[in-house]
Design a protein around this ligand. Structure first.
Ligand code: PMP
Length: 292
């Protein structure tokens, strides 16, 4: 497994800055047994003037609160104080290009009664920008995304990721780089940890909200398209519409903007460098390191 921390790593835990190596989790935590926890995935970047900047910090912490509220996990924080704590974690660990993982988890509670307390931790580790130029071979999964009638689909809840991991394992077993999951109606939904767009006839398309995690990067891509004059339509569509189209890409905090080579072995028509996705990728690359 990767090295996320060492004996010097500092994390934020319930209002204090403490050593990761000395922190313990309660083995009776409801989160460990039932996956009942919420989290975020955030990135910070070294900007063009050398400062460290957390990208879309408020959006991520606002979503963390939304996720906690969705699961009725006690949440007594405001985004501003947590952003401040996150900058302190980055500083104490000497990190600039980092992946930041806030997690809200439950106390010991084996019952299905409401929690009266929760814990919050913020961890961070080095992660370089990867905006890959290696294109992804994607395979449609036999696993569908959770039905929104069975889950709080707009919450970034830990338990949802059992679905993501199963889909990713399956795709890799079949020789693909990553999976594409459909929704409960068979329409294209998203990747295990990223939203998707595809290009056809001079236009981009992305799945409508409803059965997907409303990604912060997805929203950023929509803003970029507006600025660049690229027209985007949000709609429900099948994988057959994506087959043999001009191009497609994933977008997400960790994935950033990354193009696809093929879907289910069917290549895209355009060279990635000639696509709208590449224009979006270049714009995204500039935004994440721009000083605000
Ligand atoms: N969908 C899923 C299932 C995800 O886990 C993520 C990553 N948080 C995304 C989409 C992309 O979301 P964001 O752009 O906010 O990172």
């Amino acid at each position: 497994m990767a090295n996320y921390y060492n004996e010097n790593t500092i994390i934020y835990l319930d209002g204090k800055f403490v050593k990761a190596a000395e922190s313990k989790i309660d083995l009776y935590s409801q989160s460990l047994h039932y996956g009942f926890a919420v989290f975020e995935g955030i990135r910070s970047y070294r900007t063009t003037n050398g400062s460290t900047q957390i990208f879309k910090a408020k959006e991520h912490y606002d979503r963390l609160k939304h996720s906690a509220d969705s699961l009725r996990l006690p949440y007594q924080y405001n985004s501003e104080e947590l952003i401040e704590a996150t900058y302190e974690v980055l500083k104490q660990n000497n990190l600039q290009n980092a992946y930041i993982r806030p997690l809200v988890y439950g106390p010991s509670n084996m019952s299905f009664n409401l929690n009266t307390e929760s814990h919050l931790t913020i961890q961070a580790w080095e992660m370089g920008a990867f905006l890959g130029d290696k294109l992804l071979r994607i395979g449609t999964s036999t696993f569908q995304r959770p039905n929104p009638k069975g889950f709080k689909i707009t919450a970034k809840a830990a338990g949802h990721y059992v679905n993501s991991i199963l889909a990713s394992y399956e795709a890799k077993d079949l020789g693909y780089d990553e999976a594409l999951l459909t929704d409960m109606n068979g329409f294209v939904a998203e990747g295990p940890g990223a939203n998707m767009f595809f290009e056809k006839n001079g236009k981009l398309f992305t799945p409508s909200l409803g059965n997907i995690l409303p990604g912060i990067t997805r929203a950023t891509v929509l803003e970029i398209c507006k600025e660049l004059g690229i027209s985007v339509e949000e709609k429900f569509f099948t994988k057959e519409e994506v087959y043999g189209s001009d191009a497609a890409f994933f977008c997400g905090t960790a994935a950033e903007v990354i193009g696809w080579e093929s879907l289910d072995g069917i290549a895209f028509n355009k060279d990635w460098n000639d696509t709208m996705g590449k224009k979006v990728q270049d714009a995204y690359k500039a935004i994440i390191v721009a000083n605000k």
